[in-house]
Design a protein around this ligand. Structure first.
Ligand SMILES: *Cc1c(COP(=O)(O)O)cnc(C)c1O
Length: 364
């Protein structure tokens, strides 16, 4: 069986280092906001090319905290691609602001920047581009629009650790860049985790929000939340951050083989259009998607769909009354997307088997 994803091969290589990271935290006996957190924040901000990093509990909170720290809340609107993981839109809802959806490009599945200006009005405060599947959005055009209308850019980089754009590091492209360290992400903890990287002085406010609105013990300057990066997770993340380039290089190599060797004419392959893609997800499109997924399952190849139901058609977002047809490209992508297996330690034989099986199913 070829799984869609597995962490076993990475974790068996790193097992002794992960265990000694655990031992270190256990023997120091300090479990919240300790030296591992501090060191990870320093190392990760450097990795992303900015001055500050604020660890937090998960990727959803990293987005919510960024919006809050920039003063976004009730009465405000935030622009977001219609095609993304639900968390991007939930974060906006949580602040009391309204998510305003914009359709995506059919070739990259990323926000269609040319459609942003028509939804901007006096309530618009920010844009959240999502670096979906591991590819940065069209940031030069987006930045121009944000500058013209005085809008903040808060990037959802939960799938794009290590991606770059015009040789610029990922943290330098937005006012704040938000990450998830959910285990399956390109940089994953052994549990939940998240972080915001930024050059803005708002990092102090962000830090405060993660810790009950407090900088000085038992003095609370704002109504914050409890969303801190665990000391233990920070220690594990430091182990993995040391080998992130190796992990990303492998993802790129697997993606390159898929791109070069999948020749089935019925399949639309992903494109690398903006910067350096880190292939969190290798996403193909095919008209009879469900048939292809069944066929691959029959040959012991596990696949996934990211994402089968667009946010505007989810029951939880029905209050906006955006029916079928509101975002045609998003809806079409949701109906045709299939994600292929791609994980650290995937062998050449496994990659070849996936490619051959797809090419042999010519009518699919
Ligand atoms: C995973 C993910 C999130 C949320 O991260 P969590 O750590 O699960 O809260 C947000 N946005 C995108 C695009 C994601 O893929």
């Amino acid at each position: 069986m070829i799984p869609f994803s597995t962490l076993d091969r990475l974790h068996s290589e790193l097992s002794s280092e992960l265990k000694s990271a655990f031992d270190g935290v256990l023997s120091r006996g300090w479990f919240i906001n300790g030296c591992e957190c501090e060191s990870f924040e320093k190392e990760f901000s450097q990795y992303c090319g900015v001055n500050y990093c604020v660890g937090c509990g998960n990727g959803l909170d990293s987005l919510t905290i960024s919006l809050m720290s920039f003063g976004i809340g009730p009465g405000d609107e935030v622009i977001v691609p219609a095609f993304t993981f639900i968390a991007t839109a939930i974060a906006i809802e949580k602040t009391g602001a309204v998510p305003v959806f914009v359709d995506v490009e059919s070739d990259t599945s990323l926000i269609d920047v040319s459609q942003i200006e028509k939804v901007i009005n006096s309530r618009t405060k920010a844009i959240i581009p999502v670096y979906l599947y591991g590819q940065i959005a069209n940031m030069s055009h987006l930045k121009e629009i944000a500058d013209n209308h005085n809008l903040m850019i808060i990037a959802d980089a939960a799938q794009a650790h290590g991606a770059s754009y015009d040789n610029k590091k990922i943290g330098t492209l937005a006012n704040a860049t938000c990450f998830s360290f959910y285990p399956g992400k390109n940089l994953g903890a052994l549990g939940d985790g998240g972080a915001i990287v930024t050059d803005s002085n708002c990092y102090q406010k962000m830090k405060m929000i993660t810790n009950y609105g407090s900088m000085v013990r038992y003095r609370h300057d704002c109504v914050g939340m409890n969303s801190r990066l665990d000391e233990l997770q920070a220690a594990f993340l430091r182990v993995k951050l040391k080998v992130i380039q190796k992990m990303i290089d492998q993802r790129k190599r697997i993606a390159r083989r898929y791109l070069n060797e999948i020749t089935n004419p019925n399949i639309m392959l992903p494109v690398e259009k903006y910067g350096s893609h880190v292939w969190h997800i290798f996403s193909i499109h095919v008209t009879n998607r469900d048939e292809l997924q069944q066929y691959l399952k029959l040959h012991d190849i596990e696949t996934n769909i990211h994402y089968p139901i667009p946010i505007h058609l989810q029951p939880s977002f029905s209050k906006y009354r955006l029916g079928v047809g509101s975002f045609p490209i998003t809806e079409q992508l949701a109906n045709t997307e299939l994600s292929l297996p791609l994980y650290y330690g995937m062998t050449d034989e496994e990659i070849t088997f996936v490619i051959d099986t797809i090419n042999r199913g010519l009518t699919i």
